[in-house]
Design a protein. Sequence first.
Length: 401
Amino acid sequence: MTDAFIYDAVRTPRGKGKKDGTLHEVTAVRLSALALNALKERNNLDGHAVEDVIWGNVTQVGEQGACLARSSVLYSDLDERIPGVSINRFCASGLEAVNMAANQVKGGAGEAYIAGGVESMSRVPMGMDGGAIAADPYLAMKAYFVPQGISADIIATEYGFGRDDCDAYAVESQKRAAAARAAKRFKSIIPVKDQNGLEIMAEDEMIRETTMQTLGGLNPSFKAMGEAMPGFDAVALLKYPHLERINHVHHAGNSSGIADGSAAVLIGNKEFGERHGLKPRARIKATSKVGTDPTIMLTGPVPATERVLAAAGMSFGDIDLFEVNEAFASVVLRFIQAFDADTDKVNVNGGAIAMGHPLGGTGAMILGALLDEMERSDKETGLATLCIGSGMGAATILERV
């Protein structure tokens, strides 16, 4: 099979995903077009230079509906002959878009693709699209459905993570993100500008200083919905009768914030790079996706990592750096616990707890962050992985070239 290389990766800053967020005035299609234009300009992509744009987006309604990928191509300066397809694998949509593009290149279905994703959560709130997993009584009962926050609390209960453990992880994420921003480590960020070329936003908006004492004053976010009668805790305990109760430890400070943002990755084979005079930054060595228990839901990074390592013929110790999406603190704590991972190799520049989680774009964002850090610290291999709603996981291994 043909090798698939990453030639470039860009992302917008992450803005607060509420009406008072700086990026609220910028639509998802414009955020997407900004990322696409940046790749075009940085890499001289004239004409029908790529086979397709594969674009992750979770809430595909309203402004984000009607094949946002194609709309974004037409809104951008890319050639109109380039098609676009929108995909939804929930929180891993941006990474899955990259994985799909890489595997298309490896299989010979085109020389190059742009892949990534977007979410404008301030304009198109999460859940606006409905969904059978929560709304269809038969499916909800069959899958023992609970909201993701309850799932995160189940992980904490099942694997022994207390409130202090989760808060301490969140404090560290904020410290690392603030240090990375101050040191300008996020090389893939492109500024968001308005129609007149005036800068709206150039850095991530949600990073803040916090302490254990500050977080200790926050009430658990999912306790009320869990303990209401009948509530989601009762559903969880039917599924996991060995647990006496669900320990509610997550809140706004140790969970990912809702955010606006977009990211794009240019992927191609060797011939594409040579034709355009581009030097590859990394090779996509292996990809994986898995299904997991839909109630605890967010444990997918562990089996997805095991699967991608097996596909690459590698062991956990072969990986130099890890990006594990910080949907909730317990998700990353479980990953670290499962592999006895060195915390100095995991999310070294912070994550979504500090910077926010623009659902459809986050997967491509953490892949770009991983690549930036691999280059900065001169590391050879990196692995990115995300938990996914309804019980799934996805992972990607990069190898510098």
